[in-house]
Write a protein that binds this ligand. Structure first.
Ligand SMILES: NC(=O)c1ccc[n+]([C@@H]2O[C@H](COP(=O)([O-])OP(=O)(O)OC[C@H]3O[C@@H](n4cnc5c(N)ncnc54)[C@H](O)[C@@H]3O)[C@@H](O)[C@H]2O)c1
Length: 259
């Protein structure tokens, strides 16, 4: 039986993870960690202990794995707490930069520990990124539009950044597709990751959605994925809980466990 702590337990994703793990027979949530417990009612969890602080939760319950869905401002500290305590951690929190991932990779000193950092746990989103990398070999003009709910703190989304990185790898060596342009209003052409422009929409009514629009002469190809409910991320989170013991060090992307 895998013993799981959910960090960010009272948040939208944390609550969904507690529900999903509760339906499985080979894992259980032994505690939550969330500073909001001081002010926010959480009686929907019955007897589950929710600590204000991850370190205390780990010391009190000796988990096998921590699942972190918190915020970009606290996630690095939570990962380091897990590393120091030797507890493997699955990180769904987005907004972690590639420099921060490099910093973590350089600071790992033990081979019995792993962090899986996954900007998207939905299988459809992973397939979308994979198909986009394939399409980029044939369509040199490409832009990304991502749509999220209003409360999302980071922009562009972790998924958009990862998608752009994968597309840039596939595009490497080709001539820049977009000529220099001027912006009449700053930001009009979105953010830019390598060769790929990214446009971020934040509107009530969305959960997590992304479109990758490719074009070449006389044709357009659009690859789109929609997470219409946070349940879409749960099979990936459960897979990661079951398999994280097979990983060592800091691993980026759920696809490392899939293909
Ligand atoms: N990887 C994925 O598939 C995926 C999918 C959806 C969302 N996300 C990301 O997950 C993160 C959480 O999203 P959300 O919608 O649940 O946000 P949310 O704001 O609803 O929840 C975050 C929770 O973390 C808590 N928190 C803050 N500081 C903490 C700390 N130090 N320790 C423990 N808990 C702390 C907050 O009190 C809050 O309850 C975001 O970064 C979001 O982008 C990732």
């Amino acid at each position: 039986m895998k013993r799981v702590i959910v960090s960010g337990a009272l948040g939208k994703m944390g609550s969904e993870v507690i529900k999903a793990v509760g339906k499985e027979t080979d894992m259980q949530v032994v505690a939550g960690a969330d500073p909001a417990v001081e002010t926010k009612p959480h009686n929907q969890y019955g007897e589950l202990a929710v600590f204000t602080n991850l370190e205390e939760a780990i010391s009190a319950t000796n988990p096998d794995v921590v699942v972190d869905f918190t915020s970009p401002s606290v996630v690095m500290e939570n990962i380091k707490t897990c590393m120091n305590k030797g507890i493997r951690v699955i990180v769904g929190t987005t907004g972690i930069t590639s420099d921060q991932i490099g910093e973590l990779q350089a600071s790992v000193t033990r081979d019995d520990w792993a962090a899986l950092i996954a900007p998207n746990f939905a299988i459809g989103a992973l397939l979308m990124m994979r198909f986009a990398q394939e399409a980029a070999k044939y369509f040199p003009h490409v832009e990304i539009i991502e749509y999220h709910h209003r409360q999302k703190q980071d922009a562009p989304s972790g998924t958009a950044i990862k998608t752009a990185e994968m597309i840039n790898q596939a595009l490497s060596g080709q001539q820049p597709a977009n000529p220099d342009q001027s912006e009449m209003l700053a930001g009009a052409r979105g953010a830019k990751s390598g060769r790929v422009h990214i446009h971020s929409l934040r509107l009530p009514g969305y959960v997590a959605h992304q479109e990758i629009v490719f074009s070449s002469s006389g044709q357009l190809l659009t690859i789109r994925h929609d997470s219409t409910h946070r349940e879409s991320f749960m099979p990936g989170v459960l897979l990661a809980i079951r398999k994280i013991h097979t990983l060592t060090g800091v691993v980026y992307g759920l696809e490392q466990l899939l293909w």
